[in-house]
Design a binder for this molecule. Structure first.
Ligand SMILES: *[C@@H]1O[C@H](CO)[C@@H](O)[C@H](O)[C@H]1NC(C)=O
Ligand SMILES: *[C@@H]1O[C@H](CO)[C@@H](O)[C@H](O)[C@H]1NC(C)=O
Ligand SMILES: *[C@@H]1O[C@H](CO)[C@@H](O)[C@H](O)[C@H]1NC(C)=O
Ligand SMILES: *[C@@H]1O[C@H](CO)[C@@H](O)[C@H](O)[C@H]1NC(C)=O
Ligand SMILES: *[C@@H]1O[C@H](CO)[C@@H](O)[C@H](O)[C@H]1NC(C)=O
Length: 291
């Protein structure tokens, strides 16, 4: 994976590249049809984002002109339909991308399967998830694609769900269920994020961790910014943590994680957090400002 800010040697010397740049960072792409102009912000010259996902199996048309080596699309199978062991649409779509010139190297699976759909979860039982995993993901690993297990919620029941999923998969396959990395979600303070990561790192030694959604929601601006800085330093320094993506690539007044957590203000300008995340300097733009 080639990080954009490493391509030109000159960029390394630029004072605009702050110490917070990181090749681990990706975009959770949550476009809003009323503000499509915001979509180019994340891929502007100098942005250090190296990968993205959009909760779906196909790349976003805004980014298909950018090669995978610069901005890697990571497909996700969001949930599981009524025929978990028969439905291979996700697998087939990834194989088709690979065969038509989009070299997919990592895939993500079910979004918050331990949560009901009313809360934004995909509400899948561990046993059905195991069947869908075997039908769609296990064959992709044989093609060299790295597999992320389902990203459960940060609740303790999420950990139980994961253990049951792996046990069900292993018992169906009659051999250790194959997977490569562990995506996690976290919505609370830094201490909580650290102990959450530690819990999974201890339970699944040797597996890389991705934090695919995180923020400290509904806090005042100073607390939110401090969380952002400290969590980025922490994750950048943690060797077992391979990638992370902050939940906040949208405007303050459409936010569901509070008005202070977002990358953009109400007019679509980068806030301090948004700008630092892309590897630029502070902007002083207050998230709730209107221009
Ligand atoms: C998209 O933006 C409009 C206008 O700001 C807003 O009313 C709507 O709730 C947003 N949609 C989502 C899904 O955030
Ligand atoms: C899934 O695993 C759980 C816990 O090990 C077990 O109770 C359950 O019977 C399993 N379900 C299937 C369908 O194998
Ligand atoms: C957002 O931050 C401002 C400034 O720190 C604070 O007054 C406000 O209460 C915060 N909003 C929320 C929802 O926490
Ligand atoms: C966050 O880090 C940036 C530089 O990396 C620094 O300029 C800023 O003051 C920090 N903000 C907080 C709230 O610590
Ligand atoms: C968000 O703020 C912008 C700028 O003030 C405004 O045009 C837009 O309608 C607002 N959207 C919502 C959902 O309040």
């Amino acid at each position: 994976m080639v990080s954009k800010y490493l391509i030109g040697a000159g960029a390394l010397l630029s004072p605009l590249v702050s110490a917070t740049s990181s090749a681990k960072r990706g975009l959770i792409f949550i476009p809003n049809s009323t503000t499509l102009q915001d979509n180019s912000i994340w891929v502007q010259t100098g942005s250090d984002l190296t990968w993205y996902y959009n909760y779906g199996n196909l790349p976003s048309s805004d980014y298909t002109h950018i090669p995978q080596s610069k901005f890697e699309f990571v497909p996700m199978m969001w949930g599981v339909g009524p025929n978990p062991s028969q439905d291979t649409a996700f697998h087939d779509s990834v194989v088709n991308l690979i065969n038509t010139g989009t070299p997919i190297s990592h895939v993500l699976s079910f979004n918050e399967p331990d949560a009901p759909s009313a809360w934004g979860g995909s509400d899948v039982t561990p046993a059905n998830a195991a069947l869908a995993w075997i039908a769609n993901f296990v064959p992709l690993q044989k093609l060299g694609v790295k597999l992320g297990i389902p990203a459960v919620t940060g609740a303790p029941t999420g950990f139980d769900w994961t253990e049951q999923f792996l046990a069900n998969c292993t018992s169906i396959l009659q051999t250790q269920c194959p997977y490569d990395f562990i995506p996690l979600h976290w919505y609370d303070n830094l201490g909580g994020l650290q102990s959450h990561i530690n819990q999974y790192a201890t339970a699944f030694p040797g597996k890389k961790i991705w934090v695919t959604e995180y923020a400290d929601p509904n806090q005042d601006l100073a607390t939110t910014q401090q969380f952002f800085n400290q969590s980025a330093s922490y994750m950048d320094g943690l060797a077992s943590l391979e990638r992370y993506s902050y939940f906040g690539a949208f405007r303050s007044n459409v936010s569901n994680v509070g008005p202070n957590a977002t990358f953009l203000n109400n007019a679509g300008r980068l806030t301090d957090i948004g700008s630092l995340y892309l590897g630029f300097g502070l902007t002083g733009v207050v998230p709730t400002s209107n221009n």
